[in-house]
Write a protein that binds this ligand. Structure first.
Ligand code: DAH
Length: 360
């Protein structure tokens, strides 16, 4: 075998045996590079007798071509192998089931949902949201609301008292959200238009009572607000909340120390199986208390009852939630049972909006 053929065979064998791109490159350089073995053959061309030069040159070029071809093929083959290996190592198994994340697992408690619904409805009517502390003093929870020390309403409310303080007074767990009326009037100037949703506490427990429950208070104070406004606001609220076009309300005279006149409001309803339909039928259900703010309450916060007037109302939120979402036992609301919450709770993204029809 000629020297050239031998060199070619040797290099082709090396190319065939090579298994990575860097190694292949060094084979190319050592054969076809400037100082490579095949290039070196060409340098000897000058010393050959002229009649041999042509065929020698052709032979060497033939070897170069063959090597280039072999190098190119091998390079493609190695790149394919590398790609296949990378695809295999980076592949995602799309058959794996998706793990449910907190967004799908978590539940919004129906009370929170109903509070958000109420806030949305009143915010749309221009009300601010006000808050007060759960632990109240006697002044805000009772005295300023025209419930003096010896008043029977203090006993009626089954109050949780804290131990007596040095001055003989006791703090209480607020028995209603009405003290937020006092706090708001003391800290703001009229006109006032607020609702105050929150927790309240009374010593009571049965199917429709829990020691902690929720109310929302409403208060509007300015120079001319009257009972017509009260009626309109409540009607708009109940229609939006129960998602019906009509509600029929009945105002019954009542007594609350902090309003004069005071009323309880009933709504017309019908029971169909377990469902309660508001706005239909011929039964009446008591739903809230309200009235015109008592002059004594206005005086207690330094307002002049001859200048300022307005209305207040108080609604039990839990009762509204039970009615709207059909949960029969109030105690279940606060039992912390995950199965209950899964059934009655709302998705994290079910944010109530008026445009979206609220309790979506
Ligand atoms: N605070 C009352 C209660 O807890 C509810 C109430 C009635 C609030 C009439 C009011 C109102 O603002 O005007 O029973």
């Amino acid at each position: 075998m000629s020297e050239i053929k031998q060199l070619e065979t040797q290099i082709l064998a090396a190319i065939k045996a090579s298994d990575d791109l860097a190694d292949l490159e060094s084979i190319r350089v050592s054969a076809l590079g400037k100082k490579g073995s095949v290039s070196a053959l060409m340098k000897g061309l000058g010393q050959l007798p002229p009649q041999e030069r042509k065929s020698f040159g052709q032979q060497v070029n033939g070897v170069k071509q063959a090597l280039n071809q072999a190098l190119g093929d091998k390079k493609t083959a190695l790149a394919d192998i590398a790609l296949a290996a990378r695809l295999a190592s980076e592949s995602a198994d799309v058959t794996l089931s998706v793990r449910t994340g907190p967004m799908a697992e978590g539940r919004i408690h129906p009370i929170s949902q109903v509070m958000d619904e109420i806030n949305e409805i009143f915010a749309d009517m221009g009300f601010d949201i006000a808050e007060g502390p759960d632990i109240e003093d006697d002044f805000h929870n009772f005295t300023a609301l025209n419930i003096p020390a010896e008043h029977p309403a203090r006993q009626e409310q089954d109050t949780f008292y804290f131990p007596k303080r040095a001055d003989g007074s006791s703090l209480v767990l607020r028995t209603h959200t009405s003290p937020v009326q006092i706090r708001t009037m003391l800290s703001r100037k009229p006109p006032i238009r607020i609702i105050a949703p929150g927790r309240v506490y009374r010593i009571d427990s049965d199917q429709t009572h829990t020691p902690m429950f929720h109310q929302v208070e409403g208060l509007v104070i300015d120079e001319e607000t009257h009972m017509g406004h009260l009626k309109w606001v409540l009607e708009e609220f109940l229609k939006a909340f129960f998602e019906v076009d009509n509600v029929q309300m009945r105002f019954r005279a009542n007594h609350f120390p902090f309003t004069e006149p005071s009323m309880e409001v009933d709504v017309r309803y019908k029971r169909v199986g377990n469902e309660v339909r508001i706005g239909e039928g011929d039964e009446w259900m008591e739903i809230l208390g309200c009235g015109m703010v008592h002059p004594n309450v206005l005086k207690a916060v330094g307002y002049d009852p001859d200048q300022l007037q307005g209305f207040a109302f108080g609604v039990g939120i839990d009762r509204l939630a039970m009615l709207k979402y059909g949960a029969p036992d109030l105690r279940e609301f606060f039992a912390g049972d995950m199965r209950w919450l899964k059934h009655y709770g709302f998705g994290v993204l079910d944010v109530p909006t008026l445009a979206g029809g609220l309790g979506s």
